[in-house]
Design a binder for this molecule. Structure first.
Ligand code: SF4
Length: 698
C-alpha cells in the first residue's frame, strides 16, 4: 500500500454544545486518527479550535474509554461492574422495558434522559426520540439550558431564533456582550469583535456580574448585580426615550406596543431606581444608553447565563427589545444575537416523530429529575431511566435529590457513555458510546449559518456503538416497525427535507463539500425592514401572546427567586449570590475527567471579593465549604478581584467523584424554574462560605 493510500484527511465537525460548531480536519493513518485541527478554509472556523478540543484525540484513544458493555455487580454508586456481551445487555434492557410497559404503571414509567453531549441531529435527536415515542415512554422536556431565554426572545422577535449575522460582527462599531463570556464560549465570534476594534476602533462592552475573560478584555465592564438585567435594559430605554434618542421611524415601521413600553420605562425605570436594583451607578446607565443609541452598527450578543434566574425569560425578552428602539436591525451586523439555529429549518419532526407518542403522555422537566426519581411528580413512578448524551448526577440542579433517586434499588438505569461518569456509577447496565470521529452526523449551528456533515473518520473503538445503532437494535428486540429505524443516510435526507434555507443542500453535496452555507442572503439583515416572524409581523414590545398566556405583556423586571433585595430573610443566612458559569477547560462536565484538562483547570474554586473573604476570615487558596440548605461542596477560595461584594463564582462542572467531598456546585443549586418555559435557575442561588479546617481527601 502506498503512503497516500494509508494516510487520508477527513473533514469532521466539533460535536460540543458550543455556538461555533467548528469544522475539524482529521488525519487518519492506517485507520488511526493521528492529527486533528481546525479547518483553515472554513469561513467561521478559520483554522483554529479552542483549548477544549485541541487534544480531542487523547479523549478518543484514552485508556479510560468505556469499551465493552458492563453490568453492575456492586451497590449503586460504587462503580463495581463486570463486562457482558452486547446481546446480553440489549436483551436485559429490552426485557425490562417490555415488563414495565406491560405492568399497571405502563410505559410512562420509563424515562429517557439526554441533552447535547453531542449537537449532531442524528445522535442527539432522531432515533432516540422515535424509539421512546413509539414505546410510549414519558417525554423529557429538555429545558436545562436555553428554554426560558429562547422563549423570551421569541415572544419579542418571533419564532425561529433569528438574529444578527455573526459573520458581520467585524462590521460593528459597538458590541455589547450581555451575560456572555464570548472570548471563552464563542471564541470565533470574539475574534471578529477584536478585529472590529483593531480595524476601525470599535468598542467592546461587557455586562456581567463576573469579571470573566471577556470582561477583562473589553473596553468597559459593567459588573451588574446578578439577575437584574431586565431592570438595566428598561433603564436604558428610559434614558433613550427621555432624551429623544430613539429611532422613531424604525419603531413606527417595525414594532407594536412602543407607546405602552415607553410609558412603563419612563414611569417605572428611572436611572436612580435602576441603579439601586442593578448595583451600577447612574452615570454608567446614562452613558451606556447614550452610547448604545448613537453608535451603529451595534450588536448585543446575549447569552444564556443571564436567563438562569427566576426572571430569566423576561430578562431576555426585555433585552431583545433594545435593537428595535435604536434601529440597530437596519445595519449589517447590527441587532441582537442569541442563536442562529432558527435559520436552519431542518425537518426536525420528521426525524423525531412526536406523532408516535400517545396523546396525553406525561412530560417531565429535566431540571426536576430528582423530584421525578423520588416520586414527587404526578403520574406513575419512574421505574427505568435511560441516560445518553448527559451526565445528570453532575450537571442537574438539586443534586442531593438526584443522587437519592439514582440510588433507588428498584430503579433500572441504563447509561450509554464514553466514560464511567458520576451517572454511570449508578447504572445497572453501562453501554460504551462512540465519539464524534466514530459515527456519522449532520450539524446545524447556533452560532453561524453553515450545514455540516460529520462522516465517520475511523471505525468505532473496541465495541463502542453510536446512539442510533443501539436504538435500532432495541427497536428490533421490541418488534417496532423497521421502517421507523432506517440507516443514517436516510435520516440525513429526511432532516434536509425542511424549509427554504435548505433548498438544494443534499446529502450528496454535503458528502462532497462538507460544509454548505444556508440559502440566506449574503448580506444577512433579517429585520432591516421590520417583518418579524411574530403574530403581528412586528417586533412585539407589547405581546398579546404573553397576555393570553397570563404573563405581563410588557417587559418588566422580575427579581430572582433568591435575590437578597427580595428575600432578606434567606440572605440573612446565605448572603452570597453564587454563579456557576463554565470553566474554560470543560464543557459542562465533558473533559472534567481528563488529566490534561484537570491539570490546566486546577482545583475547584470559589471566587470572592476581598471584602467578603476578609469578613469570613478566608484567605486566597484556602479550602472552604460553600453551602446552603440544599447541600454543600468544597473549593479553594480565589481572590481575583472578579466579583463585587455579595457575589461568588464557582466555575465548573467538576465531577463529583473526582472532587473533595464527592459533590460539586450543583449540590447547592435549586430545581426552581424560570418565569416561563421551565428553564433552570442555576445562578439564582444564595449560599454562605466558611473555612474548612481540612478538606476531604481528593
Ligand atoms: S470553539 Fe466550540 S466548536 Fe470550536 S472546537 Fe471549541 S468547543 Fe468545538
Amino acid at each position: 500500500m502506498t503512503e497516500a493510500a494509508r494516510r487520508s484527511t477527513v473533514r469532521c465537525v466539533c460535536p460540543l454544545d458550543c455556538p461555533d460548531t467548528c469544522q475539524m480536519v482529521v488525519t487518519v493513518e492506517n485507520g488511526r486518527a493521528v492529527d486533528l485541527r481546525g479547518a483553515k478554509d472554513h469561513p467561521f472556523t478559520r483554522g483554529f479550535l479552542c483549548q477544549k478540543m485541541a487534544s480531542y484525540l487523547d479523549r478518543v484513544y484514552s485508556p479510560e474509554r468505556l469499551t465493552h458493555p458492563l453490568k453492575r455487580v456492586g451497590p449503586k454508586g460504587s462503580g463495581q461492574f463486570e463486562p457482558i456481551s452486547w446481546d446480553e445487555a440489549l436483551d436485559q434492557i429490552a426485557g425490562r422495558f417490555q415488563a414495565i410497559a406491560a405492568s399497571t404503571d405502563g410505559p410512562q414509567a420509563i424515562l429517557p434522559h439526554s441533552y447535547y453531549g453531542t449537537m449532531g441531529k442524528l445522535q442527539a435527536s432522531s432515533l432516540d426520540r422515535r424509539f421512546f415515542h413509539r414505546l410510549g415512554a414519558s417525554i423529557l422536556d429538555r429545558t436545562i439550558c436555553a428554554s426560558a431565554g429562547s422563549q423570551g426572545y421569541e415572544y419579542t422577535l418571533g419564532k425561529g431564533r433569528l438574529g444578527a449575522d455573526p459573520m458581520a460582527a467585524d462590521r460593528c462599531q459597538l458590541m455589547i456582550n450581555w451575560g456572555s463570556n464570548t472570548a471563552r464560549t464563542n471564541s470565533h465570534l470574539w475574534s471578529l469583535m477584536v478585529a472590529a476594534r483593531k480595524q476601525h476602533g470599535a468598542t467592546i462592552v461587557t455586562i456581567d456580574p463576573y469579571r470573566s475573560t471577556t470582561a477583562e478584555r473589553s473596553d468597559w465592564h459593567l459588573p451588574i448585580r446578578p439577575g437584574t438585567d431586565a431592570a438595566l435594559a428598561l433603564g436604558l430605554m428610559h434614558v433613550i426615550w427621555r432624551d429623544g434618542l430613539q429611532d422613531q421611524a424604525y419603531l413606527d415601521l417595525g414594532t407594536v406596543g412602543a407607546s405602552a413600553l415607553r410609558e412603563r420605562a419612563l414611569q417605572e425605570y428611572g436611572p436612580t431606581r435602576v441603579a439601586e436594583i442593578t448595583g451600577l451607578n447612574v452615570e454608567a446607565i446614562e452613558k451606556l444608553a447614550r452610547q448604545y443609541a448613537t453608535t451603529q452598527p451595534s450588536l448585543i450578543r446575549l447569552n444564556y447565563g443571564l436567563q438562569r434566574h427566576g426572571g430569566g425569560g423576561m430578562a431576555v425578552r426585555t433585552i431583545a427589545c433594545l435593537p428595535a428602539l435604536v434601529g440597530a436591525w437596519r445595519h449589517h451586523g447590527g441587532g441582537a444575537l442569541l442563536s442562529t439555529s432558527g435559520a436552519y429549518e431542518f425537518a426536525s419532526e420528521k426525524l423525531t416523530r412526536p406523532d408516535l407518542s400517545p396523546a396525553g403522555t406525561r412530560v417531565i422537566n429535566m431540571n426536576q429529575l430528582g423530584e421525578a426519581l423520588m416520586g414527587e411528580l404526578p403520574g406513575p413512578p419512574v421505574r427505568a431511566l435511560y441516560v445518553y448524551n448527559s451526565n445528570p448526577a453532575a450537571v442537574t440542579p438539586n443534586q442531593s435529590k438526584v443522587l437519592a433517586g439514582l440510588q433507588r434499588n428498584d430503579l433500572f438505569t441504563v447509561v450509554h457513555e464514553q466514560f464511567q461518569t458520576d451517572t454511570a456509577d449508578y447504572a445497572d447496565i453501562v453501554l460504551p458510546a462512540t465519539t464524534q470521529l466514530e459515527h456519522v452526523d449532520l450539524h446545524g449551528s447556533y452560532g453561524h449559518q453553515f450545514v455540516m456533515l460529520n462522516p465517520a473518520a475511523i471505525a468505532p473503538v473496541a465495541e463502542c456503538r453510536s446512539n442510533n445503532t443501539v436504538f435500532r437494535a432495541l427497536a428490533g428486540r421490541l418488534g417496532f416497525e423497521p421502517e421507523l429505524f432506517p440507516d443514517d443516510s436516510a435520516l440525513i435526507e429526511q432532516a434536509l427535507a425542511g424549509g427554504p434555507p435548505l433548498a438544494g443542500i443534499t446529502r450528496e453535496r454535503l458528502e462532497a463539500e462538507g460544509s454548505i452555507r444556508l440559502n440566506v442572503p449574503q448580506v444577512y439583515m433579517p429585520f432591516a425592514e421590520g417583518r418579524f416572524p411574530t403574530a403581528s409581523g412586528k417586533c412585539e414590545l407589547y405581546s398579546e401572546t404573553m397576555a393570553l398566556a397570563g404573563l405581563d405583556p410588557l417587559p418588566t423586571y422580575t427579581p430572582p427567586h433568591e435575590d437578597p433585595q427580595a428575600r432578606p430573610d434567606l440572605a440573612a443566612r446565605f448572603p452570597l449570590q453564587l454563579l456557576s458559569p463554565p470553566r474554560p477547560q470543560f464543557l459542562n462536565s465533558t473533559f472534567a475527567n481528563s488529566q490534561q484538562h484537570l491539570q490546566s483547570a486546577g482545583d475547584p474554586t470559589v471566587e470572592l471579593s476581598a471584602h467578603d473573604a476578609q469578613a469570613r476570615g478566608l484567605s486566597d487558596g484556602q479550602w472552604a465549604e460553600v453551602f446552603n440548605d440544599r447541600g454543600s461542596f468544597q473549593a479553594r477560595v480565589a481572590l481575583l478581584n472578579s466579583v463585587r461584594p455579595g457575589v461568588a463564582v464557582a466555575t465548573g462542572i467538576y465531577w463529583n467523584k473526582l472532587s473533595r467531598g464527592r459533590t460539586n456546585v450543583n449540590a447547592t443549586t435549586s430545581s426552581a424554574l424560570t418565569d416561563f418555559a421551565g428553564g433552570a435557575t442555576f445562578f439564582d442561588n444564595l449560599v454562605e462560605v466558611r473555612a474548612l479546617a481540612e478538606p476531604d481527601p481528593a
